[in-house]
Design a binder for this molecule. Structure first.
Ligand code: ZN
Length: 151
């Protein structure tokens, strides 16, 4: 053990903190990283170990990457934004059924070659939602019906 190679670059701590934000996409014959992909914006940067991790820090400071990260941080608010836009008590049912409708449209596309279309997806959603009316709390049904038939 010990003198493993003569390159002068021991294989030591290439895992500095910056590495948590990149995944290696290309290595040289010795398994040293050559290129790595940013987990936020998926840009690929060159990362020879001889150059240290400044390339990572510079990348994370770049405008493009900052913008992407900001967008990612926004994402958890998406369901809150949908909730506020819908402004109805049964927003969660809407989100779930809409997600389901999109999912089935995608499956039809993948497995049956049916082109996904907004109108078709909407019909699916409305049909599912009208079934939901039979199981909803009676007090909710009038509001839900009005909402459904206003679509
Ligand atoms: Zn990035």
């Amino acid at each position: 053990m010990g003198s493993r190679d003569n390159s002068g670059i021991p294989n030591r701590k290439k895992r500095s903190k910056a590495w948590k934000e990149f995944s290696i996409t290309e290595e040289d014959a010795e398994g040293k990283p050559l290129k790595a992909e940013c987990i936020y914006c998926h840009s690929v940067v060159r990362c020879e170990t001889t150059k240290g991790t400044s390339v990572f820090h510079n990348h994370l400071k770049s405008e493009n990457c900052k913008r992407k990260r900001a967008a990612i941080e926004q994402t958890p608010n998406a369901s809150r934004q949908i909730k506020e836009k819908l402004a109805v008590a049964f927003y969660m049912e809407i989100i779930i059924l809409m997600t389901w409708s999109i999912w089935t449209a995608r499956n039809d596309w993948m497995f049956q070659g049916i082109d996904p279309m907004v109108q078709q997806c909407k019909r699916k959603f409305m049909s599912e939602f009208s079934i939901l009316l039979h199981r909803a709390r009676p007090a909710m049904v009038p509001n839900m019906s009005v909402w459904l038939y206003s679509l």
